[in-house]
Structure formats: structure tokens, C-alpha cells
Design a protein around this ligand. Sequence first.
Ligand SMILES: [Zn+2]
Length: 295
Amino acid sequence: MGVKLREPLVRPVWPPKGYAKRVEVTEDDDWWILSAVHGRTDPWDLIVFNFGTRNPDEVNWCLHHILGCRRKSKDGKNYDFGAPCTIRQYIYIPPAGWKPPTTADDDAWERVRSTINSATVKTLNLSLFAYKLSISGHDFGKIGYLLNTKRITAKLDPTHLHAAEYLPGSDQIIIKLLPSDPIDRSHIVHEAVHASFDYRHSFGVRSYQLDEECFAYVVQMLYLQKFYGGTWPSGWSHEFEAKATWQAAWKVANAVRGPDPVHPDLTDALMTAYKASNAGNGVGLLDRPGHNGIR
Ligand SMILES: [Zn+2]
């Protein structure tokens, strides 16, 4: 009887990001023992953390190709840890608070990656002298690829404080709700701008938090103007979070699309509006956004 193998559609990031501990495994170990020793009630938590899949054939593929397993289980249907194997075998233990992605997180990932891989996003280009930052469709293409390969992941969190947030430490985009209109999707575009600077950190690109935030708002407004044109939509007369920032960024976006260079008054006004908002309150002129690259 043979072991069935299937290559995962998305290859796992190896070693997995954010692991708490690396442990060597031998023929005395299995997933059940490992999870009991490391305080997990469900062995699948460990499997999903290491290999990113719940499909047994894909798990066997990972055991064979990543861990070098050649030792078969008694029934011959799966691989086991230990000799014979091609390399020393290590399994990674997640931090205590780590939870496996839910189907809602999978939906979030699907929506985030389809948004960033859309034709509309690929046409976004912006270079702003005032903030000394730029982004192109090519940069968004790279972020789309990192999403497709789960180097950047997504999470749905209805209790999250903001509509969306990019976490540079875990390379994750959190969204509060599944997007249904251009406004929801524009929040994802905004966070993808932060992700792009996190990615480009590895290539020596540096930014200040204030500049990057203002820049991300302008890109977000450029995206929205692809749907709504240059006139501030009449439906947006109500109050909402960071409205003054949006309005100032909207004016910059309009100026960007115009024939003349963007007047510094407009980019200064955006900076002032952002600093006066809840999000920008207390952000210092020389604060950095905490980027550390994406692997
Ligand atoms: Zn932001």
C-alpha cells in the first residue's frame, strides 16, 4: 500500500512565521504526543501551523518533501517521523495564543487577494515628492503575489478597532468585514500600501510613519476616484472616521490626476488633517512604521 501525496496549491512558508519553538522529532514522536507536550488539545493545530493544510495527502507531501520522511505508518497510508528519513527533522511550535485560520479567514484572504490582484489596482501609480514615496502597479503586483503564496495572510476580525490594518510583525492584513463595495476594498488597498513598504524594507526603502500614512490615504483616494470620479460623492455627507483626512487626501488625489505638480499646500493640509485625527494623534515626525521585511 502506498502513501498518497498531493502537492499543496500554496506551498507552506518554511520554517513557519512567528513560531515559538523548534523541536527535533524522532520515531518516538507523533502529532498527538507533540501536541500534548506543547499544550495543544488538537493535533491539527500543529499540522496546520507547520504545513498550512488539513488535507491528509498534502500533509504527506509536506512530510515527504519538507521533512524528508520515508518511514511509513503501520497501515502504510501515511508518513511517520524518524528513520528512515533524509534529513534531521524539526517541527515548529506556535505561540500559546496562536489559533489556526478559520474559514472566515480563508474568505478574507480570498477577498483581499482578489482586490489587490484586480486590474484597477494594477493601474495605480503614485509618486509624491512631498513624502518622498512612490508606488506602482508593479509594486501592487508583488503584493498580490505575496498574498497568493500566503507570505502575506489575511484575517477577519469583526471586533477590530479599524476597518483594516496591516501588521508588519506577522505580515498580515486584518479586515473588520468582508468587502462588498469599493469603499471597503479601498481600505485593503490602503493597507497593501503599508505592506509594500514593509516588503521594500528588505531592499533598503525607508519611510516615516506620517509620510507613509498620508501617502497611503492618497493611494486609497486614487483607487476610489476610479469608481466615483473626481467629485466628492454626495452620499458621503455624514460623519465618519478620519473624514477630514479623507477629504484632504481626496484633494491631493485630484491634483495628482491634474496637469500640474501637486502644490505643497495640499500635501501639508493632508499631514495636518492626519495629525489631528484619532489615528494620527501622537505620531511623531520621525517615527518609523515598524517595517522588518516580508519573507
Ligand atoms: Zn494606514
